[in-house]
Design a binder for this molecule. Structure first.
Ligand code: SAM
Ligand code: SF4
Length: 347
């Protein structure tokens, strides 16, 4: 099998697919469009925010489920074995179980997961499970009702906690939970969130805030580094390091000496893992991005709609992957935030 290998020798195995750029939340680090988000950035950022004028793509721009499944089939023939469906909020798209079913049936796909804010999860959970979804990741940035609303723009903590419980009952274990930690907002909740993971046997990931917010108001001061988070965790718990199973793992992981679950740190800002990155992404309108921070995209939808055959698509993907950037440049003078925000790229 010809493999997808980039110009730096990294083998690409992981494809993250955004199925919609729309969202029913307004997370302060992603789509900061609430008054509370505006107040936070006014208080903590120097210079006025320069919002990216994001327009929702008309639905006609989205790849169809048939097109997405075709891309996955071709990609799996090139060694892609991990697929994550994301967004925007993926569960806003109609009939996601149908897409899950067709991807889960493809040979070569060893791992199919979904990232969701959980608000609509209960409605589709059983159908997603029946369709073959085995893994789900939720975003949980706060366990305090008021702070949750401030962080996400939505009063949805109860729904999310119910969703996590339901996913566990449906056997989608281990259930993963992501928290983006922002200085002065939810950093005081790190021990409580880790304690929640320990109590419920969850895989908790604390993520450093990246400059992908639509307000373009990110500042280095907002970032609580993995090192700081680890200090907090070590003060509260006895931790034992877990060796990464895969060299390309993005998280540093620990288990609790007592109790279930684990915690991990994803530190793209303070300790970039670009050298081991084995991912590419596809946006809901069918553009391939070789890095979260790519300034250039590759229009796969056009190839497909212009009639490219599977072999042409495979060749095209191989050529595109050769453009994969050596790494991001956060913190360097040349750093430029991409036009697409996290909600449009797919995290
Ligand atoms: N809406 C779904 C959700 O929130 O889980 C899926 C899409 S969301 C873009 C995927 C992940 O990206 C979430 O876990 C979110 O916390 C993370 N994310 C969004 N903006 C981010 C930022 N500026 N820095 C770091 N992580 C971010
Ligand atoms: Fe929506 Fe997810 Fe972005 Fe929050 S992080 S605004 S839930 S896409």
């Amino acid at each position: 099998m010809t493999r997808l290998t980039d110009a730096h020798g990294r083998q690409i195995r992981d494809l993250r697919i955004s199925i919609t750029d729309r969202c029913n939340f307004r997370c302060l680090y992603c789509l900061p469009e609430t008054e509370e988000a505006a107040n936070f950035y006014k208080r903590t950022s120097s210079g006025a925010p320069r919002p990216i004028q994001h327009e929702w793509k008309p639905r006609s721009h989205f790849l169809t489920y048939e097109e997405i499944t075709r891309v996955v089939r071709v990609a799996s023939g090139l060694g892609i074995s991990k697929i994550r469906l994301t967004g925007g909020e993926p569960l806003l798209r109609r009939d996601v179980p149908r897409l899950v079913e067709s991807i889960a049936a493809l040979p070569g796909i060893e791992d199919l997961a979904l990232t969701t804010n959980g608000f609509l999860f209960a409605k589709y959970a059983q159908a997603l499970r029946d369709a073959g979804l085995r893994r789900v990741t939720f975003s949980l940035d706060s366990l305090e009702t008021g702070n949750f609303k401030k962080m996400t723009g939505r009063d949805g903590l109860e729904e999310l906690l119910g969703a996590i419980d339901l996913a566990q009952k449906l056997g989608m274990n281990p259930v993963k939970v992501n928290a983006v930690v922002i200085r002065g907002l939810n950093d005081h909740e790190v021990p409580a969130m880790a304690g929640f993971a320990r109590k419920h046997g969850l895989v908790m990931r604390f993520i450093e805030f990246m400059p992908l917010d639509s307000g373009r108001a990110w500042q280095a001061d907002h970032v609580v580094t993995g090192r700081e988070i680890l200090t907090q965790l070590r003060e509260a718990f006895e931790l034992e390091p877990l060796n990464d199973e895969h060299a390309a793992a993005t998280a540093k992981r620990w288990r609790f000496r007592e109790g279930a679950g684990e915690v991990g740190l994803i530190m793209p800002v303070s300790e970039p893992f670009c050298g081991q990155c084995n991912r590419i992404r596809m946006t809901s309108d069918g553009h391939v991005r070789t890095c979260l921070f790519s300034l250039q995209e590759h229009n796969l939808k056009k190839q497909m709609r212009d009639g490219a055959g599977d072999a042409d698509l495979a060749k095209w993907l191989q050529a595109v992957v050769l453009h994969k950037e050596a790494g991001h440049r956060i913190g360097q003078a040349q750093f430029q935030q991409p036009d697409r925000t996290m909600s449009g790229i797919g995290g």
